[in-house]
Design a protein around this ligand. Structure first.
Ligand SMILES: O=C(O)C/C=C/C(=O)C(=O)O
Length: 135
């Protein structure tokens, strides 16, 4: 079932939340964007300073990944490849600490890259996931 049909967070343009090809599910890039458009793990102090919690953003993304897979008959254990996009490599260690709570060393292959920007200034991490498709 598509994100649009399920009431889940909808993609930002004309692409599906997931594409099945052969035996694999290719999930579109996922951020901590919530259904109301706000970005989880982002806060603004009274002095205007912005803070971004990469661990909280990653948690929200991984929950969304699990929900997307479940809607399509898959599960978290089917994930075979993860690409992590970080806007600031100073978040690398905190991202790893959270990541390690979700995956074991024999989990999916992973690649992390630093990027200049993501679609919203409050997004500090985005994931691209490939999973085995259900039979
Ligand atoms: O869906 C999001 O919240 C962020 C991800 C966007 C993309 O990866 C994209 O627009 O291609």
């Amino acid at each position: 079932m598509s994100a649009a049909a399920s009431g889940a967070v909808k993609p930002l343009a004309n692409y599906p939340d997931l594409k099945r090809e052969g035996g694999l599910l290719f999930l579109s890039g996922m951020s901590a964007r919530q259904a109301d458009g706000t970005i989880a793990g982002a806060a603004r102090a009274s002095d205007g300073a912005e803070t971004h919690d990469v661990a909280e953003q990653l948690r929200v993304i991984l929950r969304k990944v699990g929900e997307t897979l479940a809607r399509n008959g898959g599960s978290f254990g089917d994930i075979v490849d993860v690409t992590v996009f970080l806007t600031d490599m100073r978040h690398y260690r905190a991202m790893n600490d959270e990541y390690n709570m979700w995956f074991a060393v024999d989990g999916p292959a992973r690649t992390t890259v630093g990027v200049n920007e993501l679609p919203h200034p409050d997004m500090v991490v985005e994931l691209k996931v490939v999973a085995r498709a259900p039979a």
